[in-house]
Design a protein around this ligand. Sequence first.
Ligand code: BGN
Length: 283
Amino acid sequence: EEIPNVNNQSTTTSMPLCPEVPANLTGRLNVIRSPVPTVLELEKQFSWLQPGGHWHPKTCRVLKKVAIIIPFRRREEHLLIFLQHMHPLLRKQQIDYTIFVVEQQGNGSFNRAMLMNIGYKEASNFNNFDCFNFHDIDLLPEDDRNLYTCPEQPRHMSVAINVFQYKLPYKNIFGGVSVITKAHFELVNGFSNSFWGWGGEDDDMSNRIRYHKLRISRYPISIARYTMLKHEQSKPAPQRFEVLRTGQRRFAIDGINNLKYMVIETKQNILYTWVLVKLEVSG
Ligand code: BGN
């Protein structure tokens, strides 16, 4: 029997697919917390970046594009340390990625979940991303086998954090760092917009995931390791218990389908795409 010739395509499409797990991964990474680099140093160091904090493999094809979404306000030093750590790692993992920093304007109560929903919307306006990674700015992965791609089920990535003695705090936790496909994020209606101040929004997402018959996947504790950068602890919001308790009745009406915000400014920096937003209470 004759073997069909599958190599008769143009040079670009006949480029091989990138392996699902790149061959050059080595395990533990060196986590550099100081000195804090400057923007110029990083721009020089990462001259291979494309505008907006983007890179993709040039010698093999990747089928899925990943948006890295970082909720942000007044953590300039952490951002520089984070970028210094993440760009080389994502490149080593051969990921087609773009980093989005979504900054909340003003001194109002922080709404991490809303910033992540906005990151999802705005990133989707830029490009057709397949996979969304939501990343706290103060968490640095310690192992390069912790892949920043979307598995079939939503993945909680920051399983073992140094300040929690490298143990999972509780079974259903979904905070810190996570990845989810576009299809699943749409299915669960994104995050709730109702969690103003610290805490609970990730637990609500965890509930959404289970409610929609998905399950949280995790890498082993030996791989999903993170270092947390030091900062002042925010006071947990007292109303978070009640918002979380009543969450389920709002799953279908509180999320990416009732999101209200104003984009003040966007900029394609070399190191990341910056989106400055004003949040509005969703109705
Ligand atoms: C939990 C928070 C999470 C946070 C983790 C880890 C709440 C809701 C009331 C139980 N949940 O307690 O949001 O990610 O701690 O810090 O506060």
